[in-house]
Design a protein. Structure first.
Lengths: 316, 315
């Protein structure tokens, strides 16, 4: 019984440590705008399908309906209008939010996890191993992420071994490839940052005393260094999320990584090319959506950074 | 300094070797059968057999890699599968077009971003500083295709001032019709400007809080001299690192911007190669982009070393 409550208390402490950078970020001017903006997007992505008044993919006769008007009297108004195929832009926007937030979210979580593991190990080990790992990371970073994603997607058809994985997760091969690319391009960048944080924390007295107590490397990395690297990790996670969104939406815009009828913000913009003059609201809605999401994430990053008094980091 | 140069030059070769292996690995080893990858779902057994023979796929991968690399070193990037012409012949003018775009955007955005960054940094906390910060945050948050589309909606479909696509007649230079370059350059400039300006501003603020700047103020130097002779040179070092990192980012942005405006550069060729599974083309462009990136990183490192007496003198 006693053990239970202490376990509960310690897991509560763990959770609050993770939440802490977010709550303190909320107290900064940038975070006060950024955090609610990101939360709004995440909520819409999670529950938006219940709000969508129309099907995001079905064609209808009500084409080019202007925003805030109904196609016929008494029908639910199309808040953001309809496109050239009579699809409700608002419903498509909500559906697209889910895919972009899921893909970018999973991609950046994997990348941050992988990068953290590599960076902390490298920084903790030091010496030759550290040098070799960081050289490899530098090499990987010299490859623009969009280029890698394009290369991987260009051969997706023949990656038969991925069929099993994609059907297990009930998703498309392309989504898995994009997530995998994100993890690979983000990992070395996260590793760099976490490594330098580890190098700093490693020299602290509490790490020395843990070592003198005879604690294992595992204990020192996970119980001493990791909790103290959490602010840096929070910033990195947020930065990576913004780049992941830019990558995913850019791929959608280029017509890669998404199946044509399924709604994607980037694809919605590129598909509206020919109807720009007639229905400018069709590209402007997803443009505003992706812009507000990335602005929100960047403001959140700045908020966490300000609250934790971390310096401005280099981009990408 | 000489030692530093040698180390950096040898690193660039290692990087390019790793990158070429990665390109080859992703495009030829990962798919298993390249002929199948190229033909996609529309393959017939006959076409598959012909293509395999044509590409020499019966030989092991390492042999093909070595042949490819030797060809590249001799300036032979293979033939385009779609156009059946040497890749180098097609890419020459494309590379030029891309460079026109990238270099102009770079020359506009970097100096102006540094000026504005310094200007905002010395006014930290003022309304002007806040305004500039917000604008630059939005600039770096907008993906290039969004910025480009907003520009098209405003200047092309609403005002009708500029053409919405930047087509260039084959055999002519984009500079013959500079009006088509305005929106692509503006789009590329926005992101780069945002990053460089933010970094400059942050570093100027940091430099202004140092002891040597305080000393300079206290010994009665004029304000402009304190800023431009003491604070800015020190703020420039991290900014150069950002600029070099951003060149890679810019090359990625080029792919998007060229697709938005249908501008015939490397990026558009790359997208076409991806869509048509033109493998030699894909490999050549990837290598070209990676090499450009590596070289610009080298240049940035040299600029960094040249500006930083600790590196310039010590080694």
């Amino acid at each position: 019984m006693i053990q239970n409550t202490s376990a509960a208390r310690s897991s509560f402490a763990q959770i609050s440590k993770v939440i802490n950078p977010l709550t303190s970020a909320f107290k900064t001017p940038a975070g006060r705008i950024g955090l609610p903006l990101v939360l709004l997007h995440v909520l819409l992505a999670a529950f938006g399908s219940f709000l969508a008044p129309y099907s995001p993919t079905d064609f209808s006769d009500a084409t080019y309906v202007k925003p805030f008007t109904s196609a016929v009297d008494g029908a639910i108004p199309h808040i953001l209008g309809t496109d050239q195929f009579g699809r409700d832009v608002f419903s498509r926007l909500l559906s697209g939010a889910r895919s972009i937030i899921l893909i970018s979210g999973i991609g950046s979580i994997l990348g941050v996890a992988l990068g953290t593991a590599i960076g902390m190990t490298s920084g903790y080990l030091g010496g030759k191993a550290d040098e070799i790992i960081m050289r490899i990371a530098d090499g990987l970073m010299s490859f623009p992420s969009l280029l890698l994603a394009l290369l991987v997607l260009s051969v997706s058809d023949s990656l038969v071994w991925l069929d099993g994985i994609s059907s297990t997760f009930a998703t498309r091969k392309e989504s898995i490839l994009v997530i995998g690319t994100m993890a690979i391009v983000h990992a070395p960048r996260v590793a760099r940052v976490l490594r330098s944080a580890t190098l700093t924390i490693k020299t602290q007295e509490y790490v020395d005393s843990a070592r003198l107590r005879g604690e294992s490397a595992y204990y020192i990395i996970f119980k001493e260094i990791l909790p103290n690297a959490l602010p840096v990790l929070a910033v990195e996670g947020s930065v990576r999320f913004s780049y992941a969104i830019l990558l995913a939406s850019s791929l959608g815009f280029l017509g890669l990584g998404v199946e044509p009828p399924s709604p994607d913000w980037g694809a919605m913009i590129s598909d509206s090319r020919s109807i720009l003059t007639r229905a400018p609201w069709v590209p402007l809605a997803p443009a505003a959506a992706v812009a507000s999401l990335v602005v929100g994430v960047n403001l959140l990053t700045e908020g966490i950074r300000d609250a934790q008094k971390l310096p401005t980091e280099l981009p990408e | 300094m000489l030692r530093f140069l040698l180390v950096r030059f040898s690193l660039i070769f290692i990087t390019l070797a790793v990158v070429s292996l990665a390109i080859f690995g992703v495009t030829e080893v990962l798919p298993g059968d390249v002929a199948e990858a190229i033909l996609g779902k529309s393959r017939t057994p006959g076409a598959l057999e012909t293509l395999r023979e044509q590409m020499g796929l019966d030989r092991p991968a390492w042999q093909r890699y070595v042949e490819w690399i030797f060809g590249v070193l001799q300036g032979d990037l293979g033939n385009s599968l779609v156009q059946d012409r040497p890749v180098t012949e097609i890419l020459g003018s494309r590379l030029q077009n891309s460079l026109v775009l990238a270099v102009t955007a770079f020359l506009i955005s970097v100096p102006s971003a540094i000026l504005v960054g310094v200007w905002a940094g010395v006014r930290q906390g003022s309304n002007a500083d806040h305004t500039v910060s917000v604008i630059s945050l939005v600039a770096i948050s907008l993906p290039e295709f969004v910025t480009g589309f907003i520009l098209i909606v405003i200047f092309s479909s609403t005002l009708g001032w500029l053409p919405s696509s930047s087509l260039v007649m084959p055999g002519t230079s984009p500079l013959a019709r500079p009006v088509i370059l305005i929106m692509p350059i503006a789009t590329m400039t926005a992101v780069l400007f945002g990053y460089v300006m933010r970094m400059t501003r942050a570093n100027v603020i940091e430099a202004l809080n140092t002891n040597y700047v305080r000393t300079a103020i206290l010994k009665g130097l004029p304000r402009w001299q304190v800023i431009w002779r003491h604070a800015v040179p020190n703020a420039m070092l991290p900014t150069i690192a950002v600029i070099s990192i951003n060149v890679g980012w810019m090359l990625g942005g080029l792919i998007i911007v060229e697709s938005v405006f249908a501008y015939p550069g490397l990026g558009l060729s790359l997208i076409n190669a991806v869509n048509r599974r033109d493998l030699p083309m894909l490999q050549a462009i990837s290598l070209l982009i990676a090499a450009t990136y590596a070289i610009s990183n080298l240049l940035a490192d040299l600029a960094y070393a040249w500006l930083n007496p600790r590196i310039r003198i010590s080694s």
